[in-house]
Design a protein around this ligand. Structure first.
Ligand code: MN
Length: 302
């Protein structure tokens, strides 16, 4: 007799699957799209925490029915790089992260994820010892504030072209160990891991039980399941490791993300047209694969 499994992972979708920027009516469109596709939460990007419109975001999340779940992600620029050797730049990075933690709390997001340990972009060289020390010290203080507000922090491991400090899960695990805060977790992204790790399962293993948050997306940035990403291998490894955290879907198309988004993401082509259809398909595939993974895990446990 096969047992009915309950998948514990909440499923979300990045707002840029639906809209160019988190502003104006684009916010409502993103929330409506995420809802229509059957997701539990929408990932809201905070690029400028100083000018972020919290009230507007709250209103947008409440449109069209029950309040939509939210997870705050961020990606600071080089002027607010907490891993900079320049103490003034690192301090701006810390202020950026502290405000993002507060915004997460104000939006009832129990996570702050993304580039939470440095800048998003191509670095001219390897990390410096001093810069890394700045990041470790700042993360300790940011994690303490996040803990007061009930927020966990995911450190998103990204590929070498988008940051120089954390390109593998093992590097993230080591940094978290060094900071020593209980609410810091490794955030894996299948797209980035595909470039840097031996396999998706190897990326999960490198977290050593510290995987907290997961991004799934294709290597092409197109429809889930149509590229080279081993989604099944990733989910089976994550579930076997006991991962119950949130999973968010990312895909980017030039006509949706606009000029600024295209330049930031290096998305120069239209990989797909229909945001809601793409998101619904991803949600259904994710649900099916997760159910299978949790069923297998349950059978192994018995
Ligand atoms: Mn990601």
């Amino acid at each position: 007799m096969s047992a009915v499994v309950t998948v514990p992972n909440r499923l979300g979708v990045h707002f840029q699957v639906f809209a160019e920027a988190w502003r104006g009516a684009d916010r409502e469109r993103a929330v409506a799209g995420a809802r229509e596709a059957g997701f539990d939460f929408v990932e809201v990007a905070v690029f400028d925490p100083v000018d972020f419109d919290v009230a507007g975001a709250r209103t947008a999340l409440s449109t069209g029915g029950e309040r939509m779940g939210a997870v705050v992600c961020t990606a600071p620029g080089f002027d607010a790089d907490v891993s900079s050797a320049d103490p003034a730049v690192a301090a701006r990075g810390e202020a950026h992260l502290l405000r993002c933690v507060e915004i997460a709390s104000e939006l009832e997001s129990d996570w702050l994820v993304g580039l939470t340990y440095g800048a998003w972009g191509r670095y001219p060289g390897p990390p410096t010892v001093l810069g890394r020390a700045h990041a470790v010290a700042a993360l300790g203080r940011v994690a303490a504030r996040a803990d007061e507000l009930g927020v966990s922090i995911g450190l998103e491991v990204v590929n070498r072209f988008e940051n120089n400090l954390l390109n593998t899960s093992a590097q993230a695990r080591a940094l978290i160990e060094e900071v020593g805060a209980a609410n810091l977790y490794v955030q894996l992204d299948a797209y980035h891991a595909h470039l840097e790790e031996a396999s998706q399962a190897h990326a999960v293993a490198g977290c050593s039980g510290r995987l907290g948050y997961l991004h799934v997306g294709e290597n092409t940035r197109g429809p889930l399941g149509t590229g080279a990403i081993d989604l099944r291998g990733l989910l089976r490894a994550a579930v076997a490791a006991g991962f119950t955290g949130p999973i968010a879907f990312e895909a980017f198309s030039a006509h949706v993300v606009g000029e600024t988004g295209a330049a930031a993401l290096c998305v120069w082509r239209d990989l797909w047209d229909d945001s809601v259809a793409l998101a619904r398909h991803a949600r259904e595939l994710l649900s099916a694969e997760l159910e299978a993974a949790w069923t297998t895990a349950g059978e192994v446990a018995r």
